[in-house]
Design a protein around this ligand. Structure first.
Ligand SMILES: *Cc1c(COP(=O)(O)O)cnc(C)c1O
Length: 379
């Protein structure tokens, strides 16, 4: 009866098909596949939306992080503080550049960087801090920025999961996630909150000189064609993706609201259930729910996941193995880090379907099944 998926891009596309098809056709007719006007325009429109001076599009969210780190001119062994409870890309680029990942624990209620742990992890070798706005929740940026400022350490926000979200400072100032640190990065992977129809990413900054440098690094280290000033890479957003993104950007707030409405439905349905902790929403964060992630208590999480799969209710574990325990990071001493909250979350998180097209009937079906499965397991 229901054909549920974690993310349903088909139904979303159906609603904007006329616009999207015309925009793609327009790029085809122009044959400006790389560096066409849509790329420029999208960069400007996104900068305006975010309230940031510069948006530098690139090929994907992993490249965005890598290029942002490259722009800091770090040397091998310099320490970069981030969380282990994130998608591997955040940490992989640190390792790729032969920097040292330093993992700090997260808060159990927000899944984002723990401030005391950050403070304790700072050493004279700390050369960057990467807070991750995980699942659409803003990391607690005010204290992160204060600590960074005190030690003169640049902050790169990994905003791949939270575009459209915002953070409110104690004085009431509100800023979009990704625009508070020295740089912010994002991904336009199709399932992200602002996703294209292929790969894409971008970097954000308010610093003019840095913007120039990010652009150069993404373009083989050149400003003038064939004159290469520094080692860079080749990382471009293509015109077809930019054309799609210009249309989807117009819907981003509406998409975020739709996700928040799904989260509200889930929150209400699960309120008071002793086996579920619903996502916390601190006052400072306008949560845009890239994921709706529950913590399962008193019953076996894997048994619940299996029971839901049996009932054809899609569910995912983001992420089954935290970064510090990945074989990839063995030689970087990943396993040396003691992160009890991260370890605890690894065993109890489960994410439910969330996207812009879920109907009330589907939500009712999902929540009823989740509650039934829990009742059976709790017997
Ligand atoms: C998706 C994601 C990335 C990487 O983006 P890609 O476009 O897939 O390279 C980086 N960090 C986080 C937290 C992500 O969720």
């Amino acid at each position: 009866m229901f054909n549920l998926q974690m993310v349903d891009l088909k139904r979303q596309y159906a609603k904007i098909k006329t616009e999207v098809d015309a925009a793609i056709q327009n790029v085809l007719d122009s044959t400006a596949f790389i560096g066409g006007p849509d790329v420029q325009e999208f960069g400007k429109e996104l900068a305006q939306y975010l309230g940031v001076k510069h948006v530098i599009p690139c090929a994907n969210g992993t490249d965005a992080l890598q290029i942002a780190l490259m722009a800091l001119d770090l040397k091998p062994g310099d320490e970069v503080i981030t969380t282990s409870f994130t998608y591997i890309a955040t940490v992989e680029v640190v390792a790729l550049l032969r920097l040292k990942p330093v993992f700090v624990d997260v808060d159990a209620d927000t899944f984002t960087m723990n401030i005391d742990a950050l403070r304790k992890a700072i050493t004279p070798n700390t050369k960057a801090i990467i807070p991750v706005h995980l699942y659409g929740q803003a990391a607690n940026m005010e204290p992160v920025l204060a600590i960074a400022k005190e030690h003169n350490i640049p902050v790169i926000e990994d905003n791949a999961q939270a575009i459209g979200g915002s953070y409110t400072f104690a004085d009431g100032t509100k800023k979009k996630t990704g625009t508070m640190g020295l740089m912010g990065t994002t991904s336009f992977f199709p399932s992200k909150n602002l996703g294209c129809y292929g790969d894409g990413g971008a970097m954000f900054t308010n610093d003019d000189a840095l913007a120039e440098k990010l652009k150069m690094i993404a373009n083989h280290g050149q400003k003038v064609r064939y004159y290469h000033e520094m080692v860079g890479c080749n990382s471009r957003l293509d015109s077809i993706q930019a054309a799609v993104l210009r249309i989807k950007l117009k819907h981003l707030d509406e998409y975020c609201d739709a996700r928040r409405a799904v989260a509200d439905y889930y929150d209400n349905a699960f309120a008071g259930n002793e086996h579920l902790i619903t996502p916390h929403r601190p006052a400072y964060s306008h949560h845009v729910f890239h994921q709706y992630t529950l913590q399962v208590k008193g019953i076996n999480r894997d048994a619940l996941a299996a029971a839901l799969t049996e009932r054809k209710i899609p569910n995912m574990l983001y992420y089954p193995v935290p970064c510090h325990k990945q074989n990839m990071l063995k030689e970087f001493g990943g396993a040396d880090f003691v992160l009890p909250v991260t370890d605890m979350l690894q065993d109890c998180v489960i994410s439910l379907p969330i996207h812009t097209e879920l109907t009330e009937a589907e939500l009712k079906h999902i929540t009823t099944n989740v509650l039934e499965a829990i009742a059976q397991l709790a017997k």
